[in-house]
Design a protein around this ligand. Structure first.
Ligand code: MD6
Ligand code: FE
Length: 224
């Protein structure tokens, strides 16, 4: 039986994490608690895979176009990887640190993303990019829209591992009110359709008992 968090208890949640039902946060935005285990290879396998990816394409703190250093460390897997530097945001087939292709996306992860997207009503999702974010305590992701992909009709499927974090889901305007939820290790979140361009972000990570780090993988289709 998986652990219940204080928040779950406060909400009177009788479910273990894996049994908590999928929940629509907004049309096109579906939270799937424990989705990595229910629909895919589980967290242990994914942690080992991230270790293997980062041995070839190390986590690094990218620069924003404005010259700030991001608090989240990033790497990528798949034919395309998301990069940011003084020239802007873009997708690149090569790791700018090594000038070689990013490590491949394994079929297990493609299948997990496909199933997650399908659960949210987006059939036939085939990602070509996986951005891997690593948060240590204090790291945060400010409110943003993901709009560097060629075709915004494709959803994005996110998978969280390790420490839970407070996720902020806003609206289509930067100043719209945000709803807050905890993304736990093993959770999936799909943003697609009319939710695809909602602003979203992550509050500064608090240290916790589940290990001192959080990973978030976002599976995207970057090329048309
Ligand atoms: C994070 N996630 O959870 C950051 N983007 O660390 C995202 O920025 C995100 O969760 C697009 C779709 C789903 C996401
Ligand atoms: Fe995002």
């Amino acid at each position: 039986m998986a652990r219940l968090t204080a928040l779950d208890n406060a909400m009177g949640d009788l479910f273990s994490r894996e049994e908590a039902p999928d929940r629509w946060l907004a049309p096109g935005a579906l939270h799937l608690p424990g989705g990595a285990t229910r629909l895919g290879p589980g967290s242990r396998w994914l942690h080992a895979w991230i270790d293997a990816v980062s041995a070839r394409a190390p986590f690094r703190h990218m620069q924003t176009p404005g010259g700030q250093t991001m608090s989240v460390a990033m790497t990528n897997a798949g034919p395309l990887g998301w990069v940011s530097d003084r020239q802007g945001y873009r997708y690149s087939p090569l790791d700018p640190l090594s000038h070689v292709p990013w490590p491949p996306l394994p079929p297990e992860l493609l299948e997990l993303a496909r199933r997650g997207a399908e659960a949210a009503g987006f059939a036939g999702f085939v990602p070509d990019a996986c951005l891997i974010n690593r948060y240590e305590p204090g790291a945060r992701m400010s409110l943003h829209q993901d709009r560097d992909e060629a075709d915004l009709n494709h959803p994005i499927v996110s998978l969280s591992l390790g420490l839970g974090a407070e996720f902020l889901l806003g609206g289509l305007g930067r100043r719209d009110p945000v709803q807050r939820l905890i993304l736990h290790g093993g959770d999936l979140l799909v943003l697609g359709g009319e939710a695809r361009l909602r602003f979203h972000g992550v509050a500064p990570l608090k240290a916790g008992a589940e290990g001192e780090v959080r990973f978030n993988l976002t599976l995207r289709r970057a090329a048309p």
